[in-house]
Design a protein around this ligand. Sequence first.
Ligand code: AMP
Ligand code: MG
Length: 299
Amino acid sequence: MMDTYCTIRVPGPATVRPAIARAFERMADIDRRFNASNPASPVFRFNTRGEPIADPDIIALVKAALTVSERTGGAFDITVQPLVELWGFYGRTPAVPAPGQIVETLLKTGWQRLAIENGRVLRRDPSIRIDLGGIAKGYAVAEAVRILKEAGIPSALVDAGGDIHAFGRIKDRPWRIGVRNPRGEGIIGILELSDESTATSGDYERFFEQDGKRHHHILDPATGYPAQGVISAMILSKDATLADAWSTALFVLGAERGLECLRNVPGLEAMIVTGDGKRYCTPGLEGRLREPGDGRTRN
Ligand code: AMP
Ligand code: MG
């Protein structure tokens, strides 16, 4: 679902299966309702017919997205939908658009032209369309975790294509995840998660090559082109939704502006890898990331 593979791991007997099934059902439900390409979703009807959105889950997520837009000067912007469409990241063969088309499409974006009024999401301009692809996976993970915890499950790892939340322990230690090398094989570090989320945005996730250049799916709303400079941005947080949105935002902001922005947001740690291979970490993450070869991390 959500264009990726979702996994739920729960140590324990087969009696945990119904809770896992319910968590998956909730993720599938979020996927159906939040997906801009599903004609039956409120997001589709909003985008195509301007129908206000009354779904409380979607409203909560749009609210969260707008807060991140505000704090990042618009680097995170769910109204990039027309640009993502123009580049062809939805299904059809992707290609670099003509510069004129980019300029024209930029006029159809802008998070300030979205409004939440009387408990509904409205657009102030008929050209505005939304794409929750940069934040919905995190929300789905958070919801799956909520359902597992409510079912009394003491330990689990939920993974939606690299957006991960883990709580409890496995074989009497915290869950550990590998941080993928954005270029080449293997991992560049190991993180232990204790009721925490991590999300990563990378230029290797979805891209096409044209004229010897890589064009990926995270667009800079200021230019209309794929954001330049960063190849991977990872967030560590208690909140899976925030981790997802902020990893996409940091990818656009770049290392310097990104870390600067984060200083005003408590509870988020980050690691950014730039095209020249340099790593930039918040102080809180530096001490948490273990080397893959570190003996302390062996099973
Ligand atoms: P993620 O993999 O979480 O970084 O999200 C990438 C997806 O978010 C893309 O496939 C688009 O659907 C959407 N997106 C692209 N650029 C942006 C942006 N600047 N702000 C918000 N969403 C974006
Ligand atoms: Mg994201």
